[in-house]
Design a protein around this ligand. Structure first.
Ligand code: IPM
Ligand code: MG
Length: 357
């Protein structure tokens, strides 16, 4: 089969880690007889520099015409003081909404080989965890009306959260379907003791749950969830939540794996086309130094094969190659901890993973 992949390398370490994932995909293509065509598009700070806007029209068109998008990371100090709508981050929000990517899947699991990196207590680490965060991605407060106005105390700013039944239903279905392929549990997270959007969220998720009698649903308030994630993360299987709560909790979930450099994500919509990117940012402080961990991007490419192209064997092979490299004690600088292991650079780690494919 032939697949057209749009590459949005972005800023900072983005280009290096996307190049790594491309090399791994090429090896997978050889081994399993697929041809991947890659076309590069600009987004983020590099697009601002080249075209004046974070998300050029050409990028949106190119991504829409592709079979899927592999993205590195956007942003950096240089563009940090630009006004809201012209910031590099706007490119991400714009792409998600232009491609209709309302689902964000962020798996977070503890790798046995990296237990020493986990910041949690040993008895919690011993239980391990493996959860799938399902974050709503194109609604809520990140896309609501916002602005500034004169208020009771002078100038004020406001952002608004709105969720429709349709938006809640479709993300709830994604979560229940995911749970069926995992351990059959969904925890829906909200702030229903305060927010009206959360009350509608809870009602709607409970109604959708009736179509999934084989899946166990529980609700949890977001502040409690933040606590439970560090107290007993093994209780979670699939977690479903709104855009902002998911943004915050997924960073927390990634941190307790001890290795944000390892975590991939998939953004999906109603079609097979998705956007796949590492959870971490553009790490401008180490850009261009061959020090970045390419694994999160390689695993994001594996998610692309699994979710967008329906190639589970190929995705399994990529994930197994990463596991093998980690089990063999290979580490990049971000995950050496105090193991005393000499860290590999981005290129060396990529080669080692390819060798294990
Ligand atoms: C993420 C990021 C983005 C988000 C930012 C950069 C807009 O934090 O992907 O989690 O909030 O969605
Ligand atoms: Mg975030």
């Amino acid at each position: 089969m032939t697949y057209n992949i749009a590459l949005v390398k972005g800023d900072g370490i983005g280009p290096e880690i996307v190049d790594s994932a491309v090399q791994v995909l090429e090896k997978v293509g050889q081994r399993f007889n697929h041809v991947f065509y890659f076309t590069e598009y600009l987004a983020g700070g590099c697009a601002i520099d080249a075209t004046g806007v974070p998300l050029p029209e050409e990028t949106v068109k190119g991504c829409l015409a592709s079979d899927s998008v592999l993205l590195g990371a956007v942003g950096g100090l240089k563009w940090d003081n630009l006004p809201g709508n012209t910031r590099p981050e706007k490119a991400l929000l714009g792409l998600r909404s232009a491609l209709g990517l309302y689902t964000n899947l962020r798996p977070a699991k503890l790798y046995p080989a990296l237990r020493a990196e986990c910041p949690l207590r040993p008895d919690i680490v011993a239980r391990g965890f493996d959860l799938m965060m399902v974050r709503e991605l194109t609604g809520g407060i990140y896309f609501g009306e916002r602005g500034r106005r004169e208020g009771k105390f002078g100038l004020e700013a406001y952002d608004t959260e709105a969720y429709s039944v349709v938006e809640i239903e479709r993300i709830a279905r994604v979560a229940f379907e995911a749970a069926r392929k995992r351990r059959g549990r969904v925890t829906s997270i909200d702030k229903a003791n305060v927010l009206e959007t959360s009350r509608l969220w809870r009602e709607t998720v409970r109604r959708v749950a009736e179509d999934y009698p084989d899946v166990a649903l529980s609700d949890m308030l977001v502040d409690n969830a933040a606590m439970q994630l560090v107290r007993n993360p093994s209780q979670f299987d699939v977690v479903v939540t709104s855009n902002m709560f998911g943004d915050i909790l997924s960073d927390e979930a990634s941190q307790i794996t001890g290795s944000i450099g390892l975590l991939p994500s998939a953004s999906l919509g109603a079609t097979r086309r998705g956007l796949f990117e590492p959870i971490h940012g553009s790490a401008p402080d180490i850009a261009g130094q061959d020090r970045a961990n390419p694994i999160a991007t390689i695993l994001s490419a594996a998610m692309m094969l699994r979710y967008a192209f329906d190639l589970p064997r190929e995705a399994d092979a990529m994930e197994a190659a990463v596991d093998a490299a980690l089990n063999d004690g290979l580490r990049t600088a971000d995950i050496v901890g105090d193991s005393g292991i000499k860290p590999l650079g981005t290129c060396e780690m990529t080669d080692e993973i390819i060798r294990r494919l």
